[in-house]
Ligand binder design. Structure first.
Ligand code: FES
Ligand code: FES
Length: 183
């Protein structure tokens, strides 16, 4: 059967067996090997991708079921050569250890911050609770997500400050124009 979906902003169409799992479609047919494959029994979460913005274990979904949907893999986090704040955070706060669980962790964290820009530590732990990190504890991962949330908040504050300065500039220009028109 033929399946068409959007993967990282690009529409792809492939011939697939009806039983083909999304994880294999992504890794083998599209060669996007950033999505990992661990247990194949829906336990480890290393295969998580975003489907229409929601984290999904791609070993539990058929490629055919993803037809018509938007899939985002770890390769799609970077935009125009700029890393997503979540990627910066995992480097900065050492959330990236061996890296096996990292793609799924980052995508789940991205979805969390999109829904809840200021998550508590408990909320972060709950969000990633379906994913196993075999390396150490989860402290550095949680710290990374908090750091990304703070960076994104700073960026939003900077944008609104720049926006109000621009507005003031516009008002000043308008005042000048009004004054000029009156003179
Ligand atoms: S490979 Fe999908 S949950 Fe482990
Ligand atoms: S970083 Fe190694 S499994 Fe999580």
């Amino acid at each position: 059967m033929q399946v068409t979906m959007t993967v990282n902003g690009v529409e792809v169409t492939r011939e697939v067996e009806p039983r083909r799992l999304l994880v294999h479609f992504i890794r083998e047919d599209l060669r996007l090997t950033g999505t990992h494959w661990g247990c194949d029994t829906s336990n480890c979460g290393v295969c998580v991708v975003l489907v229409d913005g929601t984290p999904v274990k791609s070993c539990t979904m058929l490629a055919a079921s993803a037809g018509g949907h938007e899939v985002r893999t770890v390769e799609g986090l970077e935009q125009s050569g700029k890393l997503d704040p979540i990627q910066d955070a995992f480097m900065e706060k050492h959330g990236l250890q061996c890296g096996f669980c990292t793609p799924g962790m980052m995508l789940t964290s991205r979805a969390l911050l999109d829904a809840n820009p200021d998550p508590s530590e408990d909320e972060i732990r709950e969000a990633i609770s379906g994913q196993i990190c075999r390396c150490t504890g989860y402290s550095t991962i949680v710290r990374s997500v908090r750091w990304a949330a703070e960076q994104e908040q700073k960026a939003r504050d900077g944008e609104s400050a720049a926006g109000s300065t621009a507005d003031e500039g516009t008002h000043e220009t308008a005042d000048h124009e009004t004054a000029g028109a009156t003179a």
